[in-house]
Design a protein around this ligand. Structure first.
Ligand SMILES: Nc1ncnc2c1ncn2[C@@H]1O[C@H](COP(=O)(O)OP(=O)(O)OP(=O)(O)O)[C@@H](O)[C@H]1O
Ligand SMILES: [Cu+]
Length: 757
């Protein structure tokens, strides 16, 4: 065998490198195509189930010039071909050659493909023919056991029926593999069966191939379940919605025909079909499908509601705010789907192991077949038989299949709980987190501060101060601006026009109102103005500043070009859940550090309230980034933020968590792990899911390897038979898949949940 024999079975490990290149973000331009625009063709391949088929497809498409990369999503049976071809017919004919029929999918709807109900992998016909094969195979074995010769006519006849009814798909796939000089489980099976026949072991041949066929069917059926774990996330949104027609009547229409800004009506007890803004009505909505949060949320006019969530009490009229493919629910499904097509580290490890394991066993089998008879220590017949048994256990199937199934189930479990993980890598790394840096505003606190004090230090009245401050803040997105603007809105006054507005990150805002230049911001900003203050003003300013900070408030200074005009103070509330989360994380042995742009006094006070001892305050965004860089050089570091102006720090951390992702697109996109709910307790929950996934992963790997070792030993000492090996091999595959699926039912019970409910 050529270089291909190094990747004998299943998941072709040589392709691990290609997979990196095929990751969607690296694809925009492909070097090998000289910068030409690469197009993507998404194909649904109904009979692409198993990693072996991935290998075959790669081999067969490798020869086509103009194909840049291949993306495999085996679980959803979607192959994405990135190419520069003007005519894609060649792809279809190449696939046909290896017995695969491909159906093109519109490139943008790969996500909604998950929403379609999948045709089950195992048809009724397959079950019936397999049953016939099973009966025939066991009759053959039975006849032989009752004393008929292994190569007597009735035994051969029943064995042949078994092979024809149950073995044809296996033999066919083996033939394709042979033609492409690739060694896979089907070829091994076929070799074993033909070998058995050659040495006159007809019943053995029949039983082996039928057992293998049955196991393949069961495995396909259980993979369906893993597949549905993700499709199940999408099953929640209804396919039709009650929409307002132009003639004023309400009519049910299919969701994919509904356009933006159309009005839809959702009655109590119905699921919402599309994302929208409540236009009228009042109800409580169960948002578990999106946030994993079990408590219903009150919704009234102006509130955002999501597709897939359950309207519990009143009728709601909504203005549709996103099309079916763009709903939060679709984006979650798409994100999980993308996550699972990227290989997790353990998977690459396992693939690498498989790359060595199989050829080694193959060589050993060869030696066992040839050496003892040549040395005269064993007969040709027995040696050949032993070698064939070894071939059966040469297949690392169980090992290779268990990892992706387990990871997918872990991802699906987390998604169900409102934790969106962007790749198996983060799921695996979660358990290794040693330090987590937390942003203060919007992460530990609610991020919705309210204005508590307005202290005039010059000639302006409180109302005038508020009006100037609010006008300046109108152009800012900062939570502080929100506090000032919402207080101003209550006064009913108008905002004044601002010229030359600028907003300085982590400092404040400035601009010109009625010909006068003003600035509003923290002490840093004020000091940069370099005002010379009269000693008595300076004294009053310092006293007030100290006093407000003593009360743990964030203080802003309003000044014009010559005078300090006022102090404004805002205070933010700690989230109730933060304290519990902090305690849980500390119990897990994780160090916590609070990073904030706010003043030292307030920062320290908030940290003390939640129980965090290490605080870094008055940080600029680049200083936050620097801190994260230092932390992550030393240990596995996580960073939690809202994703708005801490995106670089989130990206630098090993795992960047964004809070409240259901409300913010940036958060959803920048984070490695998006917590859909504004609840820090999702963090320990994520770590627990990560630990449980790792546990199942290693159980599976340990189990699969032990069975292999056991059979290796049994075979070398002449204690195993071929059907035992098949049984062990396929049985192991099955058990590891089922063990992986168990994750879906894992109860992520947490201390905080039981104590707070
Ligand atoms: N638009 C603004 N108006 C007034 N002051 C501002 C504005 N933006 C920032 N500041 C001041 O700069 C400080 C630092 O801001 P920054 O956004 O870095 O951190 P933060 O929101 O206070 O806290 P965290 O870093 O925990 O999110 C704020 O505490 C506030 O005093
Ligand atoms: Cu295999």
């Amino acid at each position: 065998m050529s270089e291909k024999s190094s990747c004998a079975c299943e998941h072709a490990p040589i392709d691990a490198a290609n997979d990196k290149a095929a990751a969607p973000h690296n694809l925009a331009k492909n070097e090998s195509t000289g910068g030409q625009d690469t197009q993507s063709l998404a194909l649904k391949i109904q009979n692409m189930d198993c990693p072996t088929e991935e290998k075959l497809i790669r081999l067969s498409l490798k020869t086509v010039a103009g194909i840049a990369a291949l993306d495999f999503d085996l679980l959803n049976r979607i192959l994405t071909v990135h190419h520069t071809l003007s005519n894609t017919d060649i792809i279809f004919s190449k696939l046909k050659e290896i017995g695969m029929s491909a159906l093109p999918l519109p490139a943008t709807t790969t996500a909604s493909a998950t929403t379609q109900t999948q045709t089950p992998s195992v048809s009724r016909r397959q079950i019936i023919t397999m049953s016939i094969a099973a009966v025939a195979a066991f009759s053959s074995e039975f006849l032989a056991w009752r004393g008929a010769a292994n190569d007597s006519l009735p035994v051969i006849m029943t064995a042949l029926i078994a092979v024809f009814a149950g073995g044809i798909p296996t033999l066919k796939k083996a033939w394709v593999a042979l033609r492409h000089l690739s060694l896979n489980i089907y070829l091994l099976m076929a070799t074993a069966v033909i070998g058995a026949v050659a040495i006159g072991q007809w019943p053995e041949a029949a039983v082996v191939i039928v057992l293998f066929g049955i196991a393949e069917l069961i495995e396909a059926a259980s993979l369906d379940r893993a597949r549905n774990a993700i499709a199940g996330l999408m099953a929640h949104a209804p396919e039709t919605a009650n929409t307002l027609q132009t003639n004023g009547e309400w009519k049910d229409s299919p969701v994919n025909e509904i356009t933006l800004d159309q009005m839809i009506r959702v009655r109590a007890g119905e699921r919402i079909a599309l994302d929208g803004i409540v236009a009228s009505g009042h109800s409580s909505v169960d948002q578990a499908a999106i946030t994993g949060e079990s408590m219903p949320v009150e919704k009234r006019t102006g509130d955002q509601v999501y597709a897939g969530t359950l309207n519990q009490s009143g009728t709601l009229q909504l203005r549709v705010s996103s099309l079916q493919a763009d709903t939060m629910l679709s984006r979650i499904a798409r994100s999980v789907q993308q996550a699972q097509s990227q290989r997790a580290p353990t998977q690459s490890l396992v693939d690498q192991f498989a790359a060595y394991y199989t050829p080694v066993v193959f060589v050993v089998a060869l030696l066992i077949a040839v050496l003892p008879p040549l040395l005269g220590t064993n007969s040709w017949h027995d040696s050949l038989y032993q070698a064939l048994v070894l071939l059966v256990i040469a297949c690392p199937c169980a090992l290779v299949i268990s990892t992706p199934v387990t990871v997918v189930c872990g991802l699906a479990l987390a998604a169900k709980r409102g934790i969106l993980i962007k790749g198996g890598l983060y799921l695996e790394q979660g358990k290794n987190l040693r330090l987590i840096a937390l942003d203060k505003t919007g992460t530990l606190t609610e991020g919705k501060p309210s204005l508590t004090d307005v202290i005039a230090l010059a000639h302006l009245s409180q109302a005038e101060i508020l009006q100037i401050a609010a006008s300046l803040e109108a152009g800012s997105q900062h939570p502080v601006a929100y506090a000032i603007l919402s207080r101003h809105a209550e006064s009913g006054e108008n905002l004044m026009p601002v010229l030359h507005f600028s907003s300085i990150t982590a400092s404040g805002v400035n601009g010109e109102i009625n010909g006068q230049r003003y600035s509003l911001g923290n002490l840093r900003m004020f000091e940069s103005l370099n005002l010379t203050l009269a000693p008595e003003v300076k004294k009053i300013l310092d006293e007030n500043l100290a006093q407000l900070e003593q009360q743990n408030k964030t203080v802003l200074i309003l000044a014009d070009t010559r005078h300090v005009l006022a102090l404004l103070a805002v205070a933010d509330k700690l989230r109730v859940s933060s304290q519990t989360a902090v305690r849980e994380l500390q119990t897990m042995g994780i160090d916590l550090v609070m990073l904030t742009g706010d003043n030292a006094q307030t920062a320290k006070a908030i940290a003390a309230q939640v129980g965090i001892s290490e605080v870094r305050s008055q940080l600029l965004p680049e200083e936050k980034l620097l801190a994260i860089t230092q932390f992550s050089d030393k240990q596995i570091t996580g960073m939690v933020g809202d994703g708005v102006n801490d995106a670089p720090a989130l990206a630098r951390a090993h795992i960047g968590f964004a809070m409240g992702a259901a409300g913010s697109d940036t958060a959803l996109e920048t984070a490695d792990v998006a917590l859909m709910q504004d609840d820090l307790r999702k963090l320990p929950e994520f770590i627990r899911i990560s630990k449980q996934t790792a546990r199942v992963l290693w159980q599976n790997i340990g189990f699969a390897i032990s069975v292999k070792i056991l059979f290796f030993a049994l075979t070398l000492t002449g204690h195993s038979s071929m059907w035992m090996a098949v049984f062990a091999d396929t049985g192991t595959s099955l058990l590891v898949v089922l063990n992986g699926l168990r994750l879906l039912r894992y109860q992520v019970s947490s201390v905080s949940e039981t104590s707070s409910s």
